[in-house]
Design a protein around this ligand. Sequence first.
Ligand code: ZN
Length: 300
Amino acid sequence: MFAHSDLSSTSFTTGNTPGRGGPGNTHASRTGFYHLNHIKDIARQHLPNNSWLQARLRANVNINSSCNAFWNGDTVNFYNAGGGCRNTAEISGVIVHEWGHGMDANDVSRGISRPSGEGIADVYAALYDGTSCMGRGFFSSNCNLKGDGCTDCTGVRDIDYMKHVSGKPHTMQWSNANCGGQVHCVGHVYSEAIWSLYVRKFPQLGYDDNTSKELTTNLLYKAAGNVAVWFSGNGNSNGGCFANSGYFAFLAADDDNGNINDGTPRECFSMTSKMLLSFSICLVSHSLFSFFGLQYFEKT
Ligand SMILES: [Zn+2]
């Protein structure tokens, strides 16, 4: 029975259509439509009062260029296949990454986060796809982060430091030494921390994979909206330990009584209520974000 067009065996990645459905019937438009609506549904569950998520979002696909995509402050835009790259509106990670810039720009703390909005866009995409390899299939070979190659990712970036040749976190100090301020590189400082929360920290506390992912996702949507500056890499040795940093936004999102100084449910999983935390001892004792701690709060 021929019930519908079988598009699986054909390639229309440069904007061609299968000959039916009109000029808009392309792989890119369908894939983009699906993933953008799906991520908006997910986000609305966490942020039911966000007006941007209620509004229509325009996506332009099959743009006559290659190897990129972008958020222009109002719309998401995706290039055709070519130049050794796939059509970027056919890669869910890239689609959600660009949407993530829109989410970042239209959350509680308006505007793209500093010092890089790329990390948060990568995390939205990675948690959506369930893989640290953001935009798998973008390239024909593994990605490379300033000489620290990805071991299993043909995407644009891999935000799991364990899947780089070095196996070491790309910390604030590493970023200052290697990124030259390039925002996609700088974003690794905190995107890797959040990803590690999912794949390492929560499992260490006994949560299974699904629960860890859901907890991380929920905290992310609550926390990220309030973050204007994830960390400060301008030579301040306390990089992330200021009141409105990404670190404290996550603690506040996890909090249940309006006071993060007495711990938060998961952060204080193994602590007694009498172990009141101060901002100073948070630098060394927070279990939830000890990875954040390593990256942001190195005091020596
Ligand atoms: Zn981006």
